[in-house]
Design a binder for this molecule. Structure first.
Ligand code: AHR
Length: 346
């Protein structure tokens, strides 16, 4: 029976970690049979519920760690506060859970509580964003997206777009709505853009955090439009911000779209899980979305099954992701000499 469980988990791990995400907006979680072992208790500290991505991520985790799959999950929503997440982790330690899964809001400030988990011999798995700690042995492994690569792919797409349209770099006036400052998703996507601004000579008009929410995306964009007349590209660090930004642009009497030579404001974004954003993509209101896949439940489950089998999973487990666009001319982008397909959505 043990051998069967081992074989099943090896297959599950390779299906999830090597194949990565499929090229649709939502890849399907891999199902597995409950293993032949005692129920495993997992404490999951989610950072909050700021976006549709986050809601899908939570659902994916709750589904993977169901009683049916042989787990007891203790779920805590951090309500966007690191102090709540630290309290949740301490509660999991007191409850002597078998594993802690942490989806951290920002990268820093985790050393003490992760040391407490290590001293209590509870393996910690980090999911989605990363932690920046002085000793990497404080957590067992991580699974999530390469956020900087997402940003670089988007920058490469934008560079191809303006080059093909014959728009000079100094005429590209970008407004930048950042995610939660200090989160890995913000740091990576911001770096991808800022490096490209320096490389290509684009005009970065303004940057401000929209906290990955629709409400803040709307507010930040409205204030950008009041202060800067020349904005023709908006780089939103997630789809919820993009939806808010589009509202603000239309409320200001401007048009969204890729025809920036004719006065439209082009919106680009990240995630690809929000139904309204995907329909905006089809309509051309959003020109490009870099996928960020939230369905980490089965991936974290595979890591725990590996640990349960007495094996050591890879420390860093990246999910492969695509780009979605309604602009048919750009079929692939290149980053560091590697080509990535763009999925054209009609
Ligand atoms: O960390 C992933 C990011 O967090 C997603 O892009 C965003 O939508 C979410 O809130």
């Amino acid at each position: 029976m043990r051998k069967t469980a081992l074989t099943a988990s090896v297959l599950l791990l390779s299906a999830i970690l090597s194949v990565g995400c499929r090229s649709s907006a939502v890849s399907e979680p891999v199902k597995t049979n409950p293993p032949d072992r005692k129920t495993v208790t997992v404490g999951f500290s989610q950072l909050g519920a700021e976006s549709d991505w986050r809601k899908s991520n939570t659902e994916s985790m709750l589904e993977a760690f169901s009683a049916e799959n042989g787990y007891t999950m203790i779920y805590k929503n951090g309500q966007q506060k690191q102090s709540n997440q630290v309290t949740a982790l301490r509660m999991f330690i007191q409850q002597e859970v078998d594993y802690i899964v942490l989806a951290p809001e920002t990268e820093t400030g985790w050393d003490f509580v992760l040391r407490e988990a290590k001293d209590a011999d509870i393996p910690v798995i980090i999911v989605d964003r990363r932690v920046d700690v002085s000793d990497e042995s404080l957590y067992c492994c991580w699974v999530g997206s390469d956020f900087e690569l997402e940003g670089r792919k988007m920058a490469s797409w934008l560079n191809q777009f303006v080059t093909k349209k014959g728009i000079s770099a100094s005429d590209v006036h970008i407004a930048h709505i950042q995610g939660t400052l200090g989160s890995t998703a913000q740091l990576g996507r911001t770096k991808g853009l800022e490096d490209a601004v320096r490389e290509f000579g684009w005009d970065l008009v303004a940057s401000e955090s929209g906290d990955f929410t629709e409400v803040r995306g709307r507010e930040v964009m409205a204030s950008f439009l009041r202060e800067h007349e020349d904005i023709n590209v908006v780089y939103c660090e997630n789809d919820n911000e993009a939806i808010g930004a589009i509202d603000a642009i239309e409320a200001a009497g401007r048009r969204v779209g890729s025809d920036i030579a004719k006065g439209e404001i082009m919106v680009v974004s990240f995630d690809g899980i929000n139904a309204q954003a995907m329909s905006y993509l089809k309509e051309g209101k959003i020109s490009c979305i870099a996928e960020c896949n939230p369905l980490h439940g089965p991936r974290v489950q595979a890591l725990i099954e590996t640990l349960e089998d007495g094996r050591t999973p890879s420390k860093y487990n990246y999910v492969s992701e695509t780009l979605f666009s309604s602009v048919p001319e750009i079929k692939s982008v290149a980053v560091d000499g590697i080509a990535y397909d763009v999925e054209i959505v009609e």
